[in-house]
Design a protein around this ligand. Structure first.
Ligand code: PNS
Length: 176
């Protein structure tokens, strides 16, 4: 039987911690699907298409890894993809409580799908998408925390915003 796992998340943006877990999971499972949640309630920095493109670039070298999106219940999506497992990363004890609750709820919803907790390399144990966005927005360096291509995309977002603001600010006032 083919061992298939889903690695779900928001990936806004994907980090080196995510990549580390993808690499570890791809060694254990025959097929790994990195699945981005389409969440209408959240205002992400990167669109679904942008996140898909970044993850595709980052995982090009793994021939058993694919990128997909999903909405609705994770366990329903996992079953629809023929997956037996869901991968979640645990960086610190603080992650555990929430992850345990989610894993047990998912098991109640669908006992056929197991949650597998994995630890990223220590170097990424403090990396999160939320902190990466905050550090970048405030002008700090995110080198080593995200792949170069993600750093470039972050730069483009910020530059795009600056350029637009700049343009608007310099527009001559309309005479009434
Ligand atoms: O990267 P994140 O934001 O921590 O990922 C959270 C995610 C996508 C794994 C979680 O929100 C999820 O599974 N959402 C799908 C809806 C669902 O199944 N909810 C019930 C969870 S018990």
């Amino acid at each position: 039987m083919k061992r298939v796992a889903i690695y779900p998340g928001s990936f806004d943006p994907p980090t080196n911690g995510h990549l580390d877990l993808i690499e570890r999971s791809a060694k254990i499972f025959d097929e790994l699907v990195v699945a981005i949640l389409i969440n209408e309630e959240k205002q992400p920095l990167f669109s679904i298409d942008e996140r898909c493109a970044m993850l595709r670039d980052m995982t090009r070298r793994f021939d058993n890894v694919s990128i997909d999106t999903f909405n609705g219940l994770l366990v329903d999506y996992a079953v629809s993809r023929g997956a037996q497992a869901v991968i979640r990363g645990i960086r610190a004890i603080s992650d555990y409580e929430y992850e345990l609750q989610m894993a047990l709820m998912n098991r109640k919803l669908q006992p056929r799908v197991e949650t597998v907790f994995m630890m990223p390399a220590e170097a990424y144990s403090y990396v999160s998408s939320r902190l990466v966005k905050e550090i970048f927005r405030l002008g700090g360096s995110v080198k080593g925390l995200v792949p170069q291509l993600v750093e470039t995309r972050l730069q483009e977002k910020v530059n795009g915003r600056t350029a637009r603001t700049h343009k608007v600010a310099r527009m001559p006032r309309r005479s009434r």
